[in-house]
Design a protein around this ligand. Structure first.
Ligand code: NAD
Ligand code: TYD
Length: 358
């Protein structure tokens, strides 16, 4: 793709990965204009964008991706050429408690964006450099056993949770808009991300914050489930390459190459926290580990084969699990003013429900 000043729409840009991506793109491409559309659900937080929001290159719109007139207006008013689509309901545990919003945002919302973007692209004469980047997950591929080969781009979809099923539905729509209308869409499926601005109910920030507060570290089942962890900035660099060099109509798997059992990951977090966090209320923090009832339908193992993006686009993750974790945990230790306000009444109520459910 040619460089020059471009206008991007980043949906879900106040969430975890979307805000890391917005901050990354803002610094990497100082010419470009960023329009961020986010409904500011429990997971959206304007503090994630505090370093860039005051610049005239950045526009924030509070709104819903299911709102077609609003989306069309934004596309037209800001002459959008690229959509980086992150907005979603993203937490498996919440999808078990209340699946409805997952269908609405992930399926209907993605359809709305696709359809508005198609009309906008057609009105402009179908410019070939327009892009619709759909950020999806490895969870659409289902679950692996020990010894199974990692997921490739050709693995059949087999989603197991309402979350992954809703993301699978949205992926199919994105694919169909390429096949049917030749809209230049690309899908990325990535593994579990971690890093700064990660909402405190996901595994890594939850463990870190509970260690700082001296609270139990709840591990589902025996902690034997395996995830493949990817540092969020490595993910942003991969998305940058996909936008610039990826082939429309294609999909790319993005994994960290860091498969680890939950229990081993939590022990590593405890070890690093014991080393770097001052004045912990309980030490060694491993004493806080508490095994709780397993999540219903808990996928056993995810593992990604990232050889396509490595071979075709030259991507490599830069962080090891240990270096990425150290940087992340240090960020949470240094930024209590970011996470403390998020431990709200609503959060406590969610916490109560989820650990009762599992
Ligand atoms: P997140 O939950 O932290 O952020 C989602 C953002 O979307 C929030 O800011 C929220 O306010 C916004 N949003 C939700 N519903 C909306 C709506 N209807 N309209 C507009 N905005 C809305 O999620 P995340 O972890 O940053 O994930 C971003 C994307 O990456 C998602 O599509 C997710 O499926 C995908 N993904 C995440 C991971 C991960 O490990 N976090 C892994 C693979 C894929
Ligand atoms: P999570 O961060 O919710 O991501 P996902 O379910 O999308 O992979 O969880 C990561 C892993 O950690 C998953 O196997 C579930 C497990 N887990 C726990 O054992 N305890 C917890 O409190 C949480 C939130 C997750």
């Amino acid at each position: 793709m040619e460089r020059g000043r471009r206008n991007l729409l980043i949906t879900g840009g106040a969430g975890f990965i979307g805000s890391n991506f917005a901050n990354y793109w803002y610094n990497r491409y100082p010419e470009d204009k960023l329009v961020i559309l986010d409904a500011l659900t429990y997971a959206g937080n304007l503090n994630n964008l505090s370093l860039i929001l005051n610049d005239s290159r950045v526009v924030f719109v509070k709104g819903n991706i299911c709102d077609a007139p609003l989306v069309s207006k934004i596309l037209q008013e800001y002459d959008i050429e690229i959509i980086a689509h992150f907005a979603a309901e993203s937490h498996v545990d919440r999808s078990i408690l209340a699946p409805g919003t997952f269908i609405q945002t992930n399926v209907v919302g993605t359809f709305t964006l696709l359809d508005c973007f198609r009309h906008h692209w057609e009105k402009q004469g179908k410019p070939p450099h327009f892009r619709f980047l759909h950020v999806s997950t490895d969870e659409v591929y289902g679950s692996l056993e020990i010894g199974d080969p990692p997921f490739t781009e050709n693995t059949a979809y087999a989603p197991n949770s309402p979350y992954s099923a809703s993301k699978a539905g949205s992926d199919h729509l994105v694919r169909a808009y390429y096949k049917t209308y030749q809209l230049p869409t690309i899908i990325t499926n990535c593994s579990n991300n971690y890093g700064p601005y990660h909402f405190p109910e996901k595994l890594i920030p939850l463990m870190c914050i509970n260690i700082l507060l001296g609270k139990p570290l709840p591990i589902y089942g025996k902690g034997e489930n395996i995830r493949d962890w990817l540092y969020v900035e490595d993910h942003c660099r991969a998305l940058d390459l996909v936008i610039h060099k990826g082939k429309p109509g294609d999909r790319y798997n993005i994994g960290g190459g860091n498969e680890v059992r939950n229990i081993d990951l939590v022990r590593l977090i405890c070890k690093i926290m014991d080393e770097i966090a001052p004045n912990l209320p309980v030490k060694p923090s491993e004493r806080l580990i508490t095994f709780v009832k397993d999540r219903p339908g808990h996928d056993f193992r995810y593992a990604m084969d990232s050889s396509k993006i490595q071979r075709e686009l030259g991507w490599q993750p830069l962080e090891s699990l240990e270096s990425g974790l150290k940087a992340t945990l240090q960020w949470y230790i240094d930024n209590p003013q970011w996470w403390q306000p998020l431990l709200s009444k609503e959060y406590q109520e969610y916490y109560r429900q989820v650990y009762q459910m599992v």
